[in-house]
Structures are given as C-alpha cells and as structure tokens.
Design a protein around this ligand. Structure first.
Ligand code: C5P
Length: 219
C-alpha cells in the first residue's frame, strides 16, 4: 500500500503547555510534557504530511522532519497557528492555560514585609481549538484533545460541539493514571457518530494510530 498517504497535505499540531507570565521571573503553567503532541507531529510527517508543530515550553527535543515554532504564551500560540492557515489538518494537543494574569508586571513583584500578598487577577485566554474550528480557513480535519479527570465521555462530546471539532481524543488524566508526563496513554476517540475506546498504548502508538485514522478520513 501507499506508505505516504498524507503526501501533499499540510498539518498544524500544537503541543506542550503554555507559560503565562506573572512577572519577568514567574509564570502560571501546567504539567503537560508535550510527549503526545510531539509524537503526533512526527507520526503525521512520517505519513508524508508537511507538518508545523507549534510548541509551548517543553524539555523534549524537536521531532525530526517537522517545522517547529516555539512559543510561550497562549496568545503567541494562537498567532503562530493562524499564521499557518490554510491547512488540511489541525491537531490541537497543547494544554493551553485557560487563564493568564490580566496585567503581568514588568518588574519582579517584591514581597512587602508585613503586608498580605497581592491577589492575582486573571483574564481568559483565547481558545485556539475553538478559533480554528470556526475559522474562515477551517482545515478539513480539526481534532482536539480533552484531558479530564471525570465524566470523560460526556465532557468530550460537549467539547466536539462547542469547539467545532471533527474528533475529540479524550483521556483521563487523574493523577493515579500516570498519563500526564508519562509514556502511555489510554484514549477514547469521540466522533459525532460514535465513540471508540483504544487500548492502553504508548504515546507513540496512539500517535501512529491517530495519523492512520487521519489519513483514512482524508481518503
Ligand atoms: O476546553 P479544554 O481546554 O478542555 O479543551 C481541550 C482542547 O482544546 C485541546 O485540544 C486543547 O489543545 C484545546 N484548547 C485550545 N486553546 C485553549 C484551551 C484548549 O486550543 N485556550
């Protein structure tokens, strides 16, 4: 068979966390390692796609055969993603921080002896998946992830609708699963017409299966 079924296709993948600055030395972030997103970018490239990986700050290396744009904040990630549209495929795997500090400080915030700490005022970040899912240049295939700790299926279905995605890859990231930062993943593929539960697999295997599913869907 054809071992490069995605030749001639363009793909955008987001991966990793975002860092939202509090001041020049502090930030808000989450525990995403970037392993799953990076593996998906590599798997799509292996099937012949022209892949741009938009990565937040991670400690893992850039995958081979992929164009990588490094960003820190959600607003930078959105800008990088939309700069790569139009594209055939978008897989938004990044664990984008939902909130940023409304007015991050230009200088390091100093402790004031004897005074209560200043509260952090947060503002909502742009939703990158939702923006892409409703974009005038919407890719043919828009795929999101749903990291949940409860009601994985129900939340995944709601997300499909709200974000304008074709597929949601839902996983349970409860601490006891070891998925966050780990090498394995156990996912459900949620489509408008049904749900498929994949066995517990390595993140590379999840990536390869997803890339194959994408190739099948694009025909
Ligand atoms: O709403 P929630 O964050 O749970 O949705 C997860 C999906 O949405 C993931 O695919 C994630 O990459 C994407 N997302 C995004 N921008 C945000 C929040 C989530 O692209 N600001």
């Amino acid at each position: 068979g054809d071992n490069r079924p995605l030749a001639g296709r363009t793909a955008i993948v987001t991966s990793g966390p975002t860092h939202e600055p509090i001041d020049p030395v502090r930030y808000i972030a989450n525990r995403s390692s970037g392993k799953q997103g990076h593996a998906i970018a590599a798997a799509l490239a292996k099937l012949g796609a022209d892949v741009t990986l938009v990565s937040g700050p991670v400690t893992i290396p850039d995958p081979a055969g992929v164009k990588v744009m490094h960003v820190e904040r959600a607003d930078e990630m959105l800008e990088a993603v939309t700069s790569r549209l139009p594209a055939d495929i978008a897989v938004m795997v990044a664990a984008v921080a939902d909130w940023r500090v409304a007015a991050s400080a230009d200088q390091k915030i100093k402790k004031q002896p004897g005074e209560a700490p200043a509260p952090l005022v947060l503002a909502e970040n742009p939703d990158i998946l939702k923006t892409v899912g409703h974009h005038a240049d919407r890719p043919k295939l828009v795929i999101g992830f749903a990291a949940e700790t409860q009601d994985v299926e129900k939340n995944g279905r709601a997300k499909l609708e709200r974000k304008g995605a074709d597929l949601i890859v839902a996983n349970d990231v409860s601490p006891e699963t070891g998925i966050m930062g780990g090498d394995r993943n156990s996912v459900k593929i949620i489509a408008p017409d049904g749900i498929e539960t994949w066995p517990d697999l390595g993140k590379d295997e999840v990536a390869q299966r997803l890339a194959a599913l994408i190739a099948a869907k694009l025909g």
